[in-house]
Design a protein around this ligand. Structure first.
Ligand code: NAD
Length: 310
């Protein structure tokens, strides 16, 4: 059982990880190169804890906050930590530099896990003397509300490090999945990317408005997805399960797949058109208010799921 961890990088995700660990009784030392960021970190974590407390998702915000310590010194942050959650910038060079520092400063048994959204660990740990203690533990923002963690070892990662990381994630009430081999974007962002690429093409080619596309997920697919994944969905959507479903609807999906153009749907003209439709519904001045609304609704949904999940 881990009792003390370090979080390296105190931005959006680093702060959220600190809540995940401290909420589970683990002591956290949070480090960042940016002093300005560090100065604000405790008050921002406190705000999130108060919101969680209001919907009944945490009992004692003060006790959780007391387990989080902030430091400008990397060596202090790492002392006594059995696990490091790296939350630095999303680029290979920055992560390589951080991992070089971590390797030099950490005790030999310490696990070095990265929050990267899609870069495979071998690209920023391959140069180390001990890449076997490194892997990815990719969260979804914010991990104190959305529990999925993608654990992605490289071919060099030791099986024991994978096991210990999976166990730690369960210890702190996250839901880890194992990505069996390295692939850019892992599983979650590849699925999200497939949906976004298709959504942008349908919008660009004039089949649907931005608002109606969003409604398709909000009032359609997304309702089921809060309860189950796509495989369980199709298993339940034909009397005899997946093979029966494929017999009925497989040809449709195969046809649609062959019609996909494969061209780049992220052209600036498409994004500008999307932006103008979005800004009519939600002016830029109201973005922050809507983000806060989303987080509150998400908290209520999580509280509901915790009470009723089977
Ligand atoms: P962020 O920009 O909010 O935070 C990054 C922090 O790293 C900054 O505070 C910066 O000062 C700090 N930093 C820079 N160099 C450093 C160094 N050498 N040592 C220590 N700290 C350093 O970014 P974020 O959104 O928190 O993302 C962090 C990581 O988490 C990225 O790899 C990102 O892909 C991943 N992630 C982000 C999200 C998301 O939705 N934002 C979701 C999942 C994973």
């Amino acid at each position: 059982m881990a009792t003390q961890v370090a979080v390296v990088g105190a931005g959006l995700i680093g702060r959220a990880w600190a809540i995940v660990f401290a909420r589970a009784g683990v002591r956290v030392r949070l480090y960042d190169v940016n002093t300005l960021q560090l100065n604000q970190v405790i008050s921002r974590i406190d705000e999130s804890l108060q919101d969680l407390h209001q919907v009944g998702l945490v009992d004692d915000p003060a006790a959780i906050l007391a387990r989080i310590e902030v430091t400008e010194n990397l060596v202090t942050a790492l002392a006594g930590a059995s696990y490091v959650q790296e939350c630095g910038p999303e680029n290979v060079a920055a992560k390589q530099a951080i991992y070089t520092q971590l390797e030099a400063a950490c005790a030999s048994g310490t696990i070095l896990a990265s929050s990267t959204s899609g870069i495979v660990a071998s690209l920023f740990t391959g140069h180390l003397r001990h890449p076997e203690r490194c892997l990815v533990a990719h969260p979804v923002n914010p991990p104190y509300l959305i529990p999925l963690i993608e654990v992605v070892p490289s071919s060099e990662t030791s099986p024991l490090v994978v096991e210990r990381t999976l166990a730690l994630m369960r210890q702190v009430s996250q839901e880890p999945i194992l990505v069996k081999k390295e692939i850019q974007g892992f599983i979650l962002n590849r699925l999200q990317g497939a949906l976004l690429n298709e959504a942008l093409r349908l919008f660009r080619d004039g089949y649907v408005s931005a608002e109606d596309l969003d409604k398709t997920v909000k009032h359609g697919l997304g309702l089921r997805w809060a309860l189950m994944g796509p495989f369980e969905t199709i298993d339940l959507n034909a009397p005899e399960g997946v093979v029966d479903y494929a017999g009925r609807y497989g040809p449709l999906y195969r046809d649609v797949d062959t019609q996909r153009s494969g061209d780049n749907p992220w052209a600036i003209e498409t994004l500008q058109q999307l932006d103008s439709e979005r800004r009519m519904v939600l002016p830029s001045s109201q973005l922050a208010e809507r983000q806060a609304w989303r987080d509150r609704r998400l908290m209520a949904l999580i509280a509901h799921k915790q009470k009723s999940d089977g």
